[in-house]
Design a protein around this ligand. Sequence first.
Ligand code: UDP
Ligand code: MG
Length: 334
Amino acid sequence: MSTQTAEVTGTMARRTAQESGSTPLISYVLPVYNEEEGIRTFHKELAAALDGRREFRYELIYVNDGSSDGSAEILRDLAKSDARVRVVDFARNFGHQIAVTAGVDEADGDAVIIMDTDLQDPPKVSLELVDAWQAGAEIVHARRRTRQDTFFKRTTAHAYYRVLRSCAEVDIPLDTGDFRLLDRRAADELRRFRERSRFVRGIVASMGFRQTEVYFDRDERFAGETKYPLRKMARLATDGVTSFSTVPLRMITRLGFFVLALSLVGIVYAVGMRIIRPEITVSGWTMLMVVVLFLGGTQMLAIGVLGSYIGRIYTEAQGRPLYIVREVVRHDGD
Ligand code: UDP
Ligand code: MG
């Protein structure tokens, strides 16, 4: 499905949902990548939490992000047995941020909730997001009060959000992942952002609207391993910085000035020694190597920073579709 058709059909579906009933519809966007061990339990817990609330209608949009285990079959079963479930089946793994995007594209609700499917985002907390939405907020972030992750993940994430906030041009809320609620208006706006290297939480924060936070304690992953290995995490972190800040580019200029200043000191020293103490020559080889390696290193670093911005320009310029859907599975008779 091309982006264009996704947008057009999405808008039509949303209009009909709005006209059809007075009970608000809440869409859950649920990305799934190799979660066969935990996904049934997740669904059961979410369904149990939702059954307590009769004043809303719900739709659960699972996005199967090219899982290579049995997740796809389990999701199919869920769609068969639960009329609220729809499954967007990707043709391959496109990554969490793209999966979330596809789910939001597919959602028809008056509010859209994005949450992980490993029970780290507790289903009960999503109802608190709904309460905050009803109280008038248009975007509700679920902010982690505590989290049960590895020491490495906790410390790097903690530091990252603070660094990002200090260099980014938008106010990205601290300690929030993608667990949040978007009012229909905010979700509609999010659908218009079609950049490839996505940092959804940053995009949402940059949109404005009335935003609030709900605090929660992030649980441990219910089953399986994290699907965010270091490589994917580093990429997300880079996307976050390059999407919302040009500070790294400006740092290159500063680094240049710093190196220039150092070299001036070196020159003054060498010339000074030559005049005052001509019998001492500045030692050769070691100094030369240090200077050459230092310069080589800083230059390569600078090229790397430039490269990551140019890489972004390149992929955006290609304008390829964000994702490819194999099939959207609905409940029989829908
Ligand atoms: N996920 C995804 N595609 C990916 C990686 C992860 O859809 O390529 C989903 C995953 O199934 C989970 C959510 O994104 O529902 C968050 O992933 P995970 O729990 O592994 O990340 P962590 O909580 O460790 O940061
Ligand atoms: Mg998780």
